[in-house]
Design a protein around this ligand. Structure first.
Ligand SMILES: [Zn+2]
Length: 366
């Protein structure tokens, strides 16, 4: 991770479950675990087979389950689930844009093509050849990483994006859903076997922070947020049971820069000379419009702006349109990008409008 933090975007948003949602509590996933939590068989049989994940300690969870006080548990939406969701959707957008499915525009974090492993192999080759340096620099790792790892990080590189746990807002609807258990071997139902899920519907509030960002990364995020807003991204498990339908409400967005700059600018990493001089592969863009509503702070060390003060749809937001335009510019110029598929994405999406987004190589590049 680059230090210090030069720019930061904060998004406050609500994730709204429009139907039953279930993110399972892993402490209750096997029969054995359930028996340990609730030794009394009669009590246990009346409990759901799975419950929504909660913050309660093991002892507290045990106590509430034995008193059948499930409604009093402290449910939340784990940050790891939210982050995973954002990353997966970003990956599927990049794969959709790739003309060569054998060589997609992003790595697969679950196989040997993942950036960290690929970079590690390159390092071994370098080491064999030169045998004088056994470590890649942060700049080398960054420049060798794919678009997704540059934003979400990998085992070789820290993430630029940070997500808070989702905190329940207001009233929740609790529900127990009963399902017939299916025999995995025959595909038929198991006589007498029923599954009960304890599901929630309601809203969770969270915050996403992106630090040391490039403007195209915000553009990729704009598409991810649009898909979430459209309800195209299910949250949690049980999609085949119809769980996880959700949307988002973007409540407000603020932007911070370190140091003093021209007012009302959207500055990506390439716009900070102290860092672009270090040969990072940052993309520079010339923006003709700056989508910033107002300046709220102008201290000696930082400037702070409000981009959006009230809930605004992603599609209608000038800010996300500008960022998406920059991402479009990058994809259009990327080797391996499919222009027809890109057209498809463009049609669906936020229009470029009057934005001039040019991808120019950083002048400091070797
Ligand atoms: Zn990668």
């Amino acid at each position: 991770m680059l230090t210090p933090i030069l720019n930061e975007l904060q998004l406050k948003l609500k994730i709204v479950a429009t139907g039953p949602m279930l993110i399972r509590d892993g402490r209750m996933s096997s029969d054995e675990q359930r028996k340990k939590l609730v030794p009394n068989e009669t009590v246990r049989q009346n409990l759901p087979d799975s419950i929504f994940v909660c913050r309660n300690t093991y002892a507290d969870l045990k106590d509430k389950l034995n008193k059948n006080d499930i409604n009093k548990l402290k449910f939340y939406l784990p940050r790891t689930s939210l982050r995973g969701l954002l990353r997966q959707q970003a990956e599927s957008i990049m794969r959709m844009l790739s003309s060569d499915q054998e060589d997609p525009l992003c790595c697969n974090p679950f196989d040997e093509t993942n950036c960290a492993e690929r970079i590690e192999k390159a390092l071994l080759r370098l080491h064999d050849r030169q045998n004088r340096r056994n470590r890649l620099s942060a700049v080398e790792i960054f420049n060798a990483s794919c678009a997704i790892c540059r934003l979400f990080g990998s085992t070789a590189m820290a993430s630029r994006i940070e997500v808070d746990d989702g905190v329940p807002q207001g009233m929740f609807a609790y529900d127990e859903r009963v399902h017939v258990a299916i025999d995995r071997f025959t595909g038929g139902s198991v006589p007498g076997a029923l599954f009960k899920d304890f599901v929630l519907s309601g809203a969770f509030e969270t915050e996403i922070r992106i630090r040391n960002f490039e403007i195209w990364q915000l553009g990729l995020l704009a598409y991810v947020l649009r898909d979430l807003e459209n309800g195209d991204v299910p949250v949690g498990s049980g999609k085949n049971k119809g769980y996880g339908q959700a949307t988002i409400v973007l409540e407000n967005i603020t932007l911070k820069y370190r140091g003093k700059h021209q007012p009302n600018q959207l500055l990506g990493m390439a716009d900070f000379p102290e860092i672009s001089a270090r040969r990072y592969d940052f993309k520079k863009h010339e923006l003709t419009q700056y989508p910033i509503e107002s300046q709220v702070g102008n201290g000696l060390l930082s400037q702070e702006y409000v981009i959006q003060a009230t809930p605004t749809s992603v599609i209608e937001s000038r800010f996300w349109q500008v960022c998406a335009g920059v991402f479009n510019g990058i994809v259009r110029n990327a080797a391996g990008a499919d222009s027809q598929r890109f057209q498809k994405l463009s049609e669906l999406c936020i229009s470029d409008g009057t934005i001039v987004a040019q991808q120019t190589e950083n002048e400091e590049q070797p």
